[in-house]
Design a binder for this molecule. Structure first.
Ligand SMILES: [Zn+2]
Length: 66
């Protein structure tokens, strides 16, 4: 799999992680906890994250239902 850059700021990121470290720690803790959970809703949560970024909203305002 290609090592895609961070979807929010285009900086290089660790493969297998959604965001680079800087952006990740900008995300509020509750949303971060939701995103790290790996269950059947994991893909749906990732979609919420990417949709938030695509709409140009600040990561600090990201809310993800647990
Ligand atoms: Zn980033």
């Amino acid at each position: 799999m290609r090592n895609a850059p961070c979807p929010a700021c285009r900086a290089p990121k660790t493969p297998g992680q959604y965001l680079c470290r800087t952006c990740w720690f900008t995300v509020p803790a509750p949303a971060r906890r939701a995103l790290t959970r790996r269950d059947t809703q994991a893909v749906a949560r990732l979609r919420v994250l990417l949709d938030h970024i695509n709409r140009g909203l600040p990561l600090a305002e990201l809310e993800i239902a647990a």
